[in-house]
Design a protein around this ligand. Structure first.
Ligand SMILES: [Zn+2]
Length: 61
């Protein structure tokens, strides 16, 4: 499979697979965590996506 971020063959690196949504969904391949995190940051996938966990067990929003 080719890395979603840089297009390299993930088998040549230290591949990381991300399953999004349904448990049986096709995994999204990345060469390594560097490609994964860069892709996530560039896509803005973490913007406002925090689960608002707090040590008090109360939602912070
Ligand atoms: Zn890559």
């Amino acid at each position: 499979m080719d890395c979603v971020y840089c297009g390299s063959a993930v088998e040549e690196h230290d591949p990381v697979y991300v399953a999004e949504g349904a448990i049986d969904a096709d995994p999204v391949p990345f060469c390594n965590y560097a490609c994964l995190t860069t892709y996530v940051e560039e896509q803005g996938l973490t913007d406002d996506a925090c689960c608002h966990w707090s040590p008090d067990g109360e939602r912070a929003d």
